[in-house]
Design a protein around this ligand. Structure first.
Ligand code: DC
Length: 219
């Protein structure tokens, strides 16, 4: 089978990362978590004390930034100017900041080229919010993975539970705010591409979702 470019968009906590990784493994493809790139910029902006709506500051920050992924025994790692920041970008604070900086056109423009470059050779699964709509409108197979807000909050809470002392209500609030922000922004709002297959995984297991998607990819 020829190498394809596959996109999986959808809201926070829908299970995009788990599903994308499994599909990439099964097809022997690469996997790119584009949310991590927005998180990387948010992380660096916080350190450099650049405000979330300071477009000139963000533009300067991006132009001096070198974000790239490497794979090691622990999985996909995000390097920012050669420093491994993978573990630092998974906090609720960085989630909200990533959602805020992702609404700025300067940030999206910077990441657009970077992401397209990563997909040049195909054989990649990209997960994000605008992969099938803006970054790769000609992708071979597009999915939009969704689930009820409650179920997404519970899944995210279980993931975080061992690492933080967050309570479920806080996780639900964060997911609600991010959903609204990511959906309502002017540039590249989160939405399914017209030609995306929509998968609602509220009542589906990870394996069911993966098999359903693979059968569509391989047909
Ligand atoms: O997938 P994630 O939760 O790690 O993404 C963090 C934020 O980054 C998300 O709230 C919105 C933004 N994002 C985006 O705007 N476009 C993408 N392709 C991926 C993420």
């Amino acid at each position: 089978m020829k190498s394809l470019l596959i996109t999986i968009d959808g809201p926070a906590g829908a299970g995009k990362t788990t599903v994308s990784r499994k599909i990439a493994d099964r097809l022997n493809y690469k996997y790119v978590d584009t949310g991590a790139l927005y998180r990387g910029i948010a992380f660096e902006a916080r350190i450099a004390r650049v405000g979330q709506d300071d477009d000139i500051g963000l533009e300067n920050l991006c132009s001096a930034l070198n974000l790239n992924f490497v794979k090691d025994g622990r999985g996909l790692r995000l390097l920012s100017n050669n420093a491994d920041i993978t573990d630092q970008i998974r906090t609720p604070e960085i989630s909200m900041m990533a959602s805020a900086v992702s609404a700025r056109p300067v940030v999206r423009k910077y990441l657009l080229d970077l992401q397209r470059n990563m997909g040049r050779k195909k054989g990649v699964v990209f997960e994000g919010r605008d992969m099938g709509t803006v970054v790769f409108p000609d992708a071979d197979k597009k999915f939009y993975l969704d689930a009820s807000q409650k179920v997404r909050a519970i899944r995210r809470y279980r993931e975080l539970e061992s690492k933080t002392f967050q309570i479920l209500e806080d996780v639900e609030r964060e997911i609600r705010l991010r959903d609204e922000h990511d959906r309502k922004r002017e540039v590249a709002p989160m939405k399914p591409a017209d030609d995306a297959v929509i998968v609602d995984c509220t009542d589906l297991s990870v394996n069911d979702v993966v098999e359903r998607m693979l059968s569509y990819i391989l047909k």
